[in-house]
Design a protein around this ligand. Structure first.
Ligand SMILES: *[C@@H]1O[C@H](CO)[C@@H](O)[C@H](O)[C@H]1NC(C)=O
Ligand SMILES: *[C@@H]1O[C@H](CO)[C@@H](O)[C@H](O)[C@H]1NC(C)=O
Length: 632
C-alpha cells in the first residue's frame, strides 16, 4: 500500500512535462495518397460534398475506420507504424480569364506532433480516433482579428490560418484594417500569417502558400472515438507554461497540419488581381479561405506512438529519425498512392468544382454559404447540387497503381525562374556584408537560430528576408508587380556574391571547398544521401560528413546534404551554378539545382568512382520544411 503511494507519486512526477517537445511526421512518395471526394469522418459511406487531398494509409476510403486503416498495405508517412489518414480541402485556382477551375499543385504536407508541457501524462491516440478541426461552413470572418487562438479561456477557438511567406511585406499581404468582410485579416503579431486568402503572391523562398491547422489534444474517453463532434477539446492554461486536459480526459499529442500549395507558380496568371482579390478557392466553394479545415483518423500503432511521445524530440529532423522507433521506416524512394473510389474528373480544367459547389464569400455573398459545400454529414443542410451523380468504385486499387492524379511537381521551376529573373533584372548586385546584422530587433521576432525545443517562427524567417531586402528593393525597383520578383532576386544575388568570397579557400572540419560540381538524378555523391540534419548549412553538412569518416561532403539545392568518398561522375560547373541560399544560414550558398557545393580533403578536385546507385529523386523536389516554420 505504502509502496503504491510512492510509486504513484513517482509516476505523477515522471508524467509532468516541463517543456514542449515535438517531432514532425514527414511524408514521402509521388503526390498525395489520393485526391478524392471522400470524408470517412463527416460523410461515411457516401461521396463527400467537396474534394479532399488525402495523405496517409492506403485503406483510406469512404468507410475507413481505425481498424481498416491498420490493415493498409502502405502509407505516405515515413514511420511505418503510422497508418493514419489525414485530409483537407483541395485548393483550386479560378482562372480570371475564363473562370474555369484547376487544382493548385499540392506541394507537400508536414504533420507536427507537439508534446506540450503539461501536468498530464501524454498518451497515444486510441486507434480509430476521428478528429476534425476548422469549420468547413465558414464564409464570413470567424473573429475580429487575424490571430489564431487555441486557448478556450482567451475567447473562441480559431485553429486555422494561412501563412504567406513573402520576400517583402510592402505592400502588406492583406488590406490594412480589413474587417474580414471583403478581404482576409493579417495576424497582428505576424505579417506573414492571417486568416483568409491573402491578396498578394506568396513568393517566399521556395515556400508558397501554406494552410495551417491546429487540432485539439484532449480526448474524452467517455465518448466514442467516432464521436468527432464532441470527443475532443483544446487543453487549458495550467500556469507555468503548461496546458492540461480536464480530469479524466486523455491528453494526446497536439497535431498541427502544414499543407503547402504551389500558388506562386500561377503568378503570371493572376498578376492582374494582386492587391485586389484572390484567385484561390477551397474545394467547398469558399473564396475567403476562412473555412480552412482538416480531418484525421488515427491508425497509429499505439505502442509505437507512445514510444515516440515518451522518448523523442526529433523536431524537424522528423519522427522517422526517433531513436528506438518501433516498426521501421518506409523507403523514401517508393510511393503509396490509391485511386479515388469516386469516379469523376477532378483534374484538368473544370467548369465546376467537383460536387458542383457554388462559390460563396466576399463578392459572391454568403447566400447558401453556411451550408454550401460544407461537408455536413448527410448533406441535408447543404445546397450542394447533385451529390450522388457519381458512381462509387467498388474497390480501391493496389498501392502500386498510379495515383488518380499526380499533383506534385518540382519546386525547381519557381527557383529557376527567380534566378533567371535575377540575371536579367540586376546587373550590379548590391553587396550586403552581413545579412544577419541587418536583422530587425522588433518585438515579435526572435533570434535566428531556433532553440532546442522551440519552433522557428515564420515571422522570423520572413522578416529575415524582408527586412534585409526592403531597402534594397526600393533602390532597385520601381515597378509595382515586379517589386516582388526584384526583391527575391536581390536576395539570391546577394547570396551569390557573399558566398563566392566566403567559400573559396574556406575549410570546415578538415574539408576545404573544391568548387561547384554537377549532380544527376542517380546522385554523384552517394555515400550518404540527405542525412537528416535539419536546416542545412555548409558547416552542418561538412561537419557531419567528416564526423562519419567521409572524405567528401556536398550541399545542394539550398537544403540538401550528401556525403561520400568519391563522385561517380566529375563535372565542374561555373561557380554561378551553385547559388542557392542555405536554408540554415543566410549569406551562405548551398549548391544549386543539380549542382553540389563540394568540400574535399585539402580542397582538391574530387575523383571519379565506378559504381553508382539508382535513387528516386522525388525528394529533390520535396524540399525540407525547414525553410518556413512557425511559432507555437
Ligand atoms: C460503406 O458503408 C455503408 C453502410 O455500412 C455500406 O452500405 C457501403 O456499401 C459501404 N461502402 C463501401 C465502399 O464499402
Ligand atoms: C487550362 O487552361 C489554361 C489557361 O487557359 C491553359 O493554359 C491550359 O492549357 C489548360 N489545360 C488543359 C489541360 O486544358
Amino acid at each position: 500500500m505504502f509502496l503504491n503511494v510512492i510509486l504513484a507519486a513517482l509516476v505523477a512526477s515522471v508524467a509532468a512535462k516541463d517543456s514542449r517537445t515535438f517531432a514532425v511526421l514527414q511524408h514521402y512518395g509521388k503526390g498525395p495518397l489520393t485526391t478524392c471526394r471522400a470524408d470517412p469522418v463527416v460523410s461515411p459511406g457516401v461521396p463527400s460534398s467537396h474534394l479532399h487531398t488525402v495523405m496517409g494509409a492506403s485503406n483510406f476510403g469512404l468507410n475507413a475506420t481505425g481498424a481498416s486503416l491498420r490493415q493498409s498495405q502502405c502509407t505516405t508517412a515515413r514511420p511505418k507504424a503510422d497508418l493514419s489518414a489525414y485530409w483537407f480541402p483541395t485548393l483550386f485556382f479560378k482562372d480570371p480569364i475564363d473562370g474555369h477551375f484547376e487544382q493548385v499543385e499540392f506541394f507537400y504536407m508536414n504533420v507536427y506532433y507537439f508534446f506540450e508541457a503539461t501536468n498530464d501524462k501524454i498518451k497515444s491516440f486510441p486507434v480509430g480516433l476521428k478528429m476534425l478541426s476548422g469549420n468547413a461552413q465558414l464564409r464570413t470572418a470567424p473573429t475580429t482579428t487575424g490571430a489564431t487562438n487555441m486557448d478556450p479561456s482567451k475567447g473562441p477557438i480559431q485553429p486555422a490560418s494561412i501563412t504567406c511567406p513573402r520576400s517583402s511585406y510592402d505592400p502588406p499581404s492583406y488590406p490594412v484594417n480589413s474587417d474580414g468582410s471583403m478581404a482576409g485579416m493579417v495576424d497582428p503579431n505576424n505579417k506573414g500569417e492571417g486568416i483568409g486568402f491573402p491578396f498578394q503572391d506568396c513568393d517566399g523562398y521556395a515556400s508558397p502558400m501554406r494552410v495551417d491547422l491546429h487540432f485539439p489534444s484532449c480526448y474524452n474517453p467517455a465518448l466514442s472515438v467516432e464521436d468527432y463532434k464532441n470527443n475532443m477539446q483544446f487543453p487549458t492554461d495550467a500556469g507555468s507554461g503548461k496546458q492540461d486536459c480536464p480530469a479524466g480526459w486523455i491528453h494526446t499529442p497536439h497535431v498541427f497540419f502544414e499543407t503547402y500549395w504551389n500558388t506562386h507558380k500561377l503568378l503570371p496568371r493572376f498578376q492582374s488581381m494582386i492587391g485586389k482579390e484572390s484567385p484561390f478557392v477551397f474545394a467547398n466553394g469558399d473564396v475567403t479561405g476562412f473555412s480552412a479545415h482538416g480531418d484525421m483518423i488515427s491508425g497509429w500503432d499505439e505502442a509505437a506512438l507512445q514510444q515516440i511521445i515518451d522518448n523523442c524530440d526529433a523536431g524537424h529532423a522528423g519522427m522517422h529519425t526517433c531513436p528506438g522507433l518501433i516498426g521501421g521506416v518506409n523507403d523514401p524512394s517508393g510511393s503509396c498512392n490509391i485511386e479515388c473510389p469516386v469516379d469523376e474528373a477532378v483534374s484538368g480544367n473544370l467548369t465546376k468544382l467537383p460536387g458542383n459547389n457554388p462559390l460563396a464569400g466576399w463578392k459572391y455573398g454568403t447566400a447558401g454559404g453556411s451550408g454550401a459545400g460544407s461537408g455536413t454529414a448527410d448533406g441535408t443542410s447543404s445546397s450542394v447540387v447533385q451529390l450522388p451523380s457519381t458512381t462509387a468504385k467498388s474497390s480501391v486499387s493496389s498501392a502500386s497503381s498510379p495515383p488518380a492524379t499526380t499533383l506534385v511537381t518540382s519546386s525547381k521551376s519557381a527557383v529557376t525562374a527567380i534566378v533567371s529573373t535575377s540575371s536579367k533584372s540586376i546587373s550590379t548586385p548590391p553587396i550586403i556584408s552581413s545579412i544577419e546584422s541587418a536583422l530587425p530587433v522588433s518585438g515579435s521576432l526572435s533570434a535566428p537560430v531556433p532553440s532546442v525545443t522551440g519552433i522557428p517562427t515564420t515571422s522570423k524567417v520572413i522578416a529575415t528576408a524582408s527586412t534585409e531586402l526592403e531597402p534594397v528593393s526600393t533602390v532597385v525597383s520601381g515597378g509595382k508587380t515586379s517589386t516582388v520578383w526584384d526583391t527575391t532576386t536581390v536576395w539570391q544575388t546577394t547570396t551569390v556574391y557573399g558566398d563566392a568570397t566566403a567559400s573559396a579557400g574556406s575549410s570546415i572540419a578538415g574539408l576545404a571547398y573544391a568548387g561547384c560540381y554537377k549532380d544527376a538524378s542517380n546522385r554523384v555523391l552517394a555515400g550518404e544521401i540527405r542525412p537528416n540534419l535539419g536546416r542545412i548549412s555548409n558547416t552542418l553538412c561538412v561537419t557531419y560528413c567528416a564526423s562519419k569518416g567521409w572524405a567528401i561532403a556536398g550541399t545542394e539545392y539550398g537544403g540538401q546534404c550528401y556525403c561520400g568518398n568519391s563522385l561517380t561522375t566529375v563535372e565542374k560547373l561555373a561557380e554561378s551554378e551553385c547559388s542557392l541560399a542555405c536554408e540554415g544560414r543566410a549569406g551562405e550558398t548551398c549548391g544549386g539545382s543539380w549542382a553540389l557545393s563540394v568540400y574535399t580533403k585539402g580542397g582538391v578536385a574530387p575523383s571519379a568512382a565506378q559504381k553508382r546507385h539508382e535513387h528516386n529523386h522525388f525528394e529533390h523536389h520535396r524540399r525540407s520544411a525547414a525553410h518556413a516554420h512557425r511559432r507555437r
